[in-house]
Design a protein around this ligand. Structure first.
Ligand code: HPA
Ligand code: ZN
Length: 351
């Protein structure tokens, strides 16, 4: 789908994008050489090929066609990120791209555990992103508030340790943090890792004054149970916020009702699901969520690992395949603004 002038010029807000999922083959190639990191690909073309990933996080579900799973490719990509400048460049490249797409405000996810477990100090990661947050707002006019992700397939204790290390970079309620992130999220492989396992971490971050969101990815094992926990247990106890993906709310009316009554919005990433679901299956589901009155917005997830479909391409798809009108598209942006944790002055500027 070609991006129409209407979608291109629509002011946009992105609430679900993993910064490490914006790493292009070109930047990866450059950083690998700069940092002397060997790449397991003989040529640049082979590297580009490695971005053709399988959808499911588990090999056994994909069948073995030799392609890496998404998470394998994503964490392999992370290996070239070593210095503060690397993280800065990655983030600045994304914020510049956001400006080009008329994205006015973003809340990117970042992982520190993906880097500290390779021996990169947390402060290297955090200082790189912090500098990009400031320069991206100044140079490209794209303000951002970031989201610290717990890797849910790592032990809770590791996540807590990573969180404590990152906390000086947060915007905590005592106002003393550096202001990079103002929320925590839950990402990586959710197989047998329900959100309740991280309740202690969520309570802690709530006490620190941070917002909370969590991935409930589409058609994962126990997807509806994970959503039920997120909506009724965790979120009820700690006062949330949002769910990332969450399309499986459609499986059960209690989930739809819970989202609506608690005012929890979904950050949908249509192209990510479109890789696996036929057009005539997927888009009527998104349309049904809309007709049910569930609040959601449209995002891109990991664009460079998902055929380079960015937020504009994702919005194009729902515009086209859900028969959303121009007015509906503007409402989707308004939803994103309302679901965001931007300061009021920034919200006013976008709308
Ligand atoms: N799914 C789960 N975890 C992730 C993703 C994703 O698409 N991207 C980065 N972490
Ligand atoms: Zn995601």
């Amino acid at each position: 789908l070609e991006i129409s002038p209407f979608i291109a010029s629509l002011p946009k807000v992105e609430l679900h994008i993993h910064i490490e999922g914006t790493l292009t083959p070109a930047l990866r190639w450059k950083l690998a050489h700069r940092n002397n990191i060997p790449l397991p690909y003989a040529t640049y073309e082979e590297l580009v090929d490695s971005y053709n990933v399988t959808y499911n996080h588990r090999r056994e579900v994909n069948g073995d066609n030799g392609a890496p799973t998404f998470l394998e490719a994503y964490f392999a990509g992370c290996q070239v990120l070593c210095t503060e400048d690397d993280f800065y460049e990655l983030a600045m490249a994304y914020l510049e791209k956001a400006r080009e797409m008329n994205v006015r405000y973003v809340e990117p996810f970042f992982d520190t555990q993906a880097h500290t477990r390779r021996g990169v100090p947390a402060e290297t990661v955090l200082n790189g992103y912090l500098r990009a947050q400031r320069d991206g707002a100044e140079r490209f006019g794209v303000p951002s508030n970031w989201i610290f992700c717990f890797l849910r397939d790592e032990p809770l204790e590791d996540g807590l340790k990573a969180y404590r290390a990152a906390l000086p970079w947060a915007r905590t309620k005592d106002g003393r943090g550096k202001g990079l992130f103002h929320a925590v999220g839950l990402a990586s492989n959710e197989y047998n890792r329900p959100p309740g396992l991280f309740e202690e971490a969520f309570l802690l971050s709530k006490e620190d004054g941070l917002h909370l969101t969590m991935h409930c990815d589409v058609d994962q094992k126990d997807a509806a149970e994970h959503m039920h926990e997120a909506i009724f247990d965790i979120c009820a106890g700690t006062g949330t916020d949002r769910i990332d993906h969450g399309l499986n709310a459609l499986d059960r009316m209690d989930l739809i009702q819970g989202l609506k009554s608690r005012g929890i919005g979904l950050t949908l990433c249509p192209h990510a699901y479109h890789r696996r679901q036929a057009t005539e299956v997927l888009f009527p589901k998104i349309r049904r969520l809309w007709d049910e009155g569930v609040k959601f917005c449209i995002n891109s997830d990991d664009p460079t690992y998902m055929h380079n479909v960015w937020i504009d391409g994702n919005m194009m798809k729902v515009h086209e395949y859900c028969q959303f009108t121009k007015r509906d598209m503007a409402k989707l942006v308004q939803n994103a603004v309302e679901m965001s944790w931007a300061d009021e002055d920034i919200k006013k500027e976008i709308l």
